[in-house]
Write a protein that binds this ligand. Structure first.
Ligand code: PHE
Length: 491
C-alpha cells in the first residue's frame, strides 16, 4: 500500500498551519472589528478568548488528526460513537468557505494586475477611470470596483484562475505542494507586510488610524461608529472572529494535524499558531487602517469594500510609488488567501485520498483534487455572477424578500457570499467547536488529548488548564459565540 506522506519538517507544518489561519479574515475582519468594538478592550477580550477557547480547540483538533492519522471524516469516525458524523460537517464548512474565498481570491489577483497596469500607465490600469470618477464625483476605487462588479466575466475568469492555483498546489500533496509553497510564501508575506506597514504608518494623518485601532472609545467619540457595542456583543464578535481566523471548528486543522510527525510538540505548535495569527492580524491592521485614515478618510473600514475600494483609493492617492505598494499589498493578500484556500481544499480532498489509498486503489490525489476544484469552481462562478448582491440574483431577490434595491434584508440573504459565510462561519464552525469540546470533555475524556500530546515524552504543561477548559469553559464560551453569530447573521 502507498505510504501516507506528511510534512517534512515542523517549520513546514507551522507555515502551512499559520498560512491556513492567516487570510482575508485577518486583513479585513480583525482591524475593523477591533476599532469598532473598543480598541484595546477588544484586543484583551480577544486574547482572553484565545487562551480559553482558541488554544484549547486548536490542541484538541491537532490531536484528533495526529492520533488517527486520517482526514476529518475518518478521524471522527474512529474516535467517537456519538460524534462520528462530525467530520462531514467539517468538510461541508470547508466547501462552503471555499466558494466565496475563491471568488474573493480572484478579485485580489485582478487588483494585482490593475496595479501593474497603473505602474506602466497601461489601458488595464485604473487611469482611464480617473476622469469618470471626477465627472461622477466619486473615487477611482469606487469606479474600478463598480466596473469590475458590473463585468462578471472578468470576475469569473480571475476566480477560476484562483481555483486552478489552489488545485495545482493541492495536487502537489502535503510535502511537495502545500509545505513548499507556504514555507516560501509565508515569510515573503511577512516581509511585504512590514514594508507596507512602514509606508502606511508614515503617511500624514496615519496617527488617526492608530487611535481608531487602539484607543478605547475613540471610534464612538469621533463618529466612526454611532453606538457603543455592549459587552456581550463585543465578546461574541471577538469569539466569532477568532474561530474563523484560526480556521477552527471545521476540518482544516484536523487534516493538517494528521500529517504532523508523532515526535512534534502539539502544545507548542498550537501556541505558536494562535500567536502568529493574532500578530499578523494586528500587523494587517497597521497596514490598512492608517492608510485609510490618511488618504481615504470616508472609505469603508471593513469587508470587501475596504480591500477593493478604500485601499485602491489609498494607492491611487499615494503618488508615483502608489502602484508599487498596490502590487505589493494585493500580492500579499493573494498569498494569504491562497495559503488558506489550499487548506480548505486539502480538508475536503484528504478524506477521499485516504479512502482510495486504504482500499488499495493508489493515491488518487489528482483526480479528487480536480473533482473538488470543479465543485468549488462552479459555486465560485455563482458568487462572481452575483457581484456581491448587485446583480439581482441574491437569495433575497430569488425569495422575493427585496422588492426595492434599498430594502434592508437579513445578512444571510443579501448576497451569495454572505449566504455561504453565514452557514459556515455563523453556524457550522462554532457548532463544530462546541460539539468537539463536548466530545473530549464528556464522551472520550481529556486524557485522550493528554496521551496524544505526550506520546513521545513531549511536555503538555497546560494540561490542567486544558482539562478544566474543555469540560466547562470552552463549551460555555462556544455557546455564547454560537448565539452571537446566529443573532448577527440571521436577525
Ligand atoms: N482563517 C482564514 C482567514 O482568516 C479562513 C479559513 C477558515 C481558512 C477556515 C481555512 C479554514 O481568512
Amino acid at each position: 500500500m502507498e505510504e501516507r506522506k506528511g510534512f517534512g519538517t515542523n517549520f513546514g507544518f507551522l507555515m502551512a498551519a499559520v498560512g491556513s489561519a492567516v487570510g482575508l479574515g485577518n486583513i479585513w475582519g480583525f482591524p475593523n472589528k477591533m476599532g469598532a468594538s473598543g480598541g484595546f478592550t477588544f484586543l484583551i477580550i480577544y486574547l482572553i478568548l484565545a487562551v480559553l477557547c482558541g488554544f484549547i480547540v486548536m490542541v484538541g483538533e491537532l490531536a484528533i488528526g495526529r492520533k488517527t492519522g486520517k482526514g476529518a471524516v475518518e478521524a471522527y469516525h474512529v474516535l467517537s460513537k456519538k460524534f462520528k458524523w462530525m467530520g462531514w460537517m467539517g468538510i461541508l464548512s470547508a466547501f462552503f468557505i471555499l466558494f466565496f474565498y475563491c471568488a474573493l481570491g480572484g478579485y485580489c489577483i485582478k487588483y494585482v494586475v490593475l496595479n501593474v497596469g497603473d505602474l506602466f500607465g497601461a489601458g488595464f490600469g485604473s487611469n482611464a477611470l480617473a476622469a469618470v470618477a471626477d465627472a461622477n464625483g466619486t473615487s477611482v476605487g469606487a469606479e474600478v470596483f463598480g466596473a469590475f462588479l458590473g463585468n462578471p466575466t472578468e470576475a469569473i475568469i480571475y476566480g477560476l484562475i484562483f481555483v486552478a492555483i489552489t488545485m495545482i498546489i493541492v495536487i502537489g500533496g502535503i510535502g511537495g505542494g502545500i509545505e513548499k509553497v507556504c514555507s516560501v510564501g509565508m515569510p515573503a508575506l511577512f516581509v511585504m507586510l512590514v514594508i507596507c506597514i512602514i509606508r502606511s504608518c508614515t503617511l500624514e494623518g496615519a496617527s488617526e488610524g492608530l487611535k481608531y485601532m487602539f484607543v478605547p472609545g475613540w471610534a464612538l467619540a469621533n463618529g466612526v461608529i454611532k453606538e457603543a457595542p455592549d459587552f456581550f456583543s463585543v465578546v461574541s464578535t471577538a469569539g466569532g472572529q477568532m474561530f474563523f481566523s484560526l480556521s477552527l471548528g471545521m476540518a482544516a486543522m484536523i487534516t493538517y494535524g494528521s500529517y504532523l510527525d508523532k515526535k512534534e510538540n502539539l502544545q507548542k505548535n498550537a501556541i505558536i499558531i494562535v500567536m502568529m495569527d493574532t500578530l499578523v492580524a494586528l500587523m494587517a491592521g497597521l497596514c490598512v487602517i492608517p492608510g485609510r485614515f490618511a488618504l481615504d478618510p470616508t472609505g469603508k473600514l471593513g469587508g470587501p469594500s475596504l480591500l477593493f475600494v478604500t485601499m485602491q483609493n489609498v494607492f491611487d492617492r499615494m503618488g508615483a510609488a502608489g502602484p508599487i505598494f498596490g502590487i505589493l499589498f494585493y500580492l500579499l493578500v493573494v498569498f494569504a488567501a491562497v495559503s488558506s484556500s489550499i487548506s480548505l481544499l486539502e480538508a475536503v480532498v484528504a478524506h477521499f485520498v485516504d479512502k482510495a489509498r486504504d482500499e488499495g486503489k493508489g493515491d488518487k490525489r489528482k483526480l479528487y483534487s480536480l473533482i473538488g476544484a470543479i465543485g468549488a469552481g462552479i459555486l465560485c462562478v455563482i458568487v462572481c455572477l452575483d457581484a456581491l448582491g448587485n446583480a439581482g440574483i441574491s437569495p433575497a431577490d430569488i425569495l422575493g424578500m427585496r422588492v426595492d434595491p434599498s430594502d434592508e434584508v437579513p445578512t444571510w440573504s443579501a448576497d451569495w457570499l454572505d449566504f455561504f459565510d453565514c452557514i459556515a462561519e455563523g453556524i457550522l464552525m462554532p457548532l463544530g467547536a462546541l460539539l468537539m469540546s463536548i466530545m473530549y470533555g464528556w464522551e472520550l475524556g481529556p486524557e485522550v488529548v493528554h496521551a496524544e500530546a505526550t506520546r513521545e515524552g513531549q511536555k503538555f504543561g497546560a494540561y490542567g488548564w486544558f482539562r478544566i477548559c474543555i469540560k466547562y469553559i470552552t463549551p460555555l464560551a462556544m455557546l455564547l459565540v454560537l448565539y452571537g453569530q446566529i443573532k448577527e447573521f440571521f436577525f
